[in-house]
Write a protein that binds this ligand. Sequence first.
Ligand code: EPU
Length: 440
Amino acid sequence: MATFRIRGGRRLEGAVRAGGRKNSAVAVLPAALLADGPVRVDNLPRIVDVAIMTRLLISAGARLQGDGSGALWIDASQFGPKPVDSVWAGRLRASYYLLGVCLGRFGEADVPMPGGCDIGVRPIDQHLKGLAAMGAEVEIAHGRVRARAPRLHGAHIYLDVTSVGATINLMLAAVRAEGTTIIENAAKEPHVVDVATLLLAMGASIVGAGTDVIKVRGRNGLLGCQHSIIPDEIEAATYMIAAAGTGGDVTVENVIPRHLEPITAKLGEAGAEVLEAGESVRVRGPRRCRAVNVKTLPYPGFPTDAQQPMTALLATAVGTSTVTETIWDGRFRFVDELLRMGARIRVEGRTAIIEGVPTLGGAPVRATELRGGAGLLLAGLFADGESEVDAADFVDRGYEAMETKLSGLGADIDRTSAPGDLADTLWAAEDPAGRTAGRL
Ligand code: EPU
């Protein structure tokens, strides 16, 4: 297990570049399997979840080739239908996209139940309801989802909850179905739009992505194309919050400022100065932030994936803040670890009441999931003294070289790497056929 050792209390300064968006990348890669020709994907983040997804695509029969610059060619002409590998699929939430892709392309899918971070109950009933409406017979048995439909047909689907995963999965299933599919109460997250942009480049017919009604007209074949992943707003938000909490002055490059508006607005309320310029955003933190109230909501609300870094920031703000988590009920588990660092936080149901303290004290802490890990890392930066944050295995899933990027901003952080680190193993390994899975 690799941990981060952080000596906190340093002001962060300088520039840092956000990579490609994790939750876009893990949908775009399986979506590429819908094309009959090769697809080139650029701006892929070098993170464990992307590496795992490349493994899944290879297990399903796709050929992958990286060029060392963050781009990957995906050739799905020899692809499936094969049962998707359960070892890797069980480690990743986004493995559920292979359901929509395999059903849409072959009329059958055999996919393990998805894994991913332990942040509360994570049902996939809306995915399955939509696929059933499109004519699929779905069975869950022995930890796998098996679905069949000679050919999916268009359907009118109303999502009972706004789900990013179900919206994308149903778009993936619908682009090669017969007839028109309408998804109502669809998620509006920019990565839904990013996946639609890729599918449009393949020749699909989609209108309304980015609104709550998406219409997809099915086509028989789709073409190869090139696509570049949009920037990761959660990675950017994490560095923005780190800048605000250390009284720093940091420019985050390669961002789409409009996607960061909920973060910009809250940091502004908390007393930070946020300046947008083209594709970058500069954050200057006050000596100490002020308390604010935050409620997580689907886009364009405050993103749940930035909740824990924000909670860490508010732990040292002047005054009492509230943070209400409406998406995942397990995302306050990391609060116990913040308490070890001297935070004063009480969780009542889905709301954390945070009495800001002048400073946290470094301590050994342990993450149990990705964004909680990022929150604890930030708490280590805000704290006096040394913290040992046992979080690397989680943080590597979604943040590209986080300790290197933070060191570049002046943080005093290093990492103890242990042999068998998942990130190192995955990125270094080649599969037996010699195709490069991880050489992005
Ligand atoms: N939900 C259902 N039924 C479903 C699907 C979702 O009840 O069939 C509920 C969930 O329990 C949750 C809410 O709907 O309360 C929203 O879930 P959603 O489906 O939008 O989440 P997801 O697709 O499983 C993605 C991201 C998460 C991110 C959420 C919300 C991926 C791979 N994961 O999850 O990212 O928190 O959307 O924006 O895209 C992360 O990056 O750390 C992460 C957890």
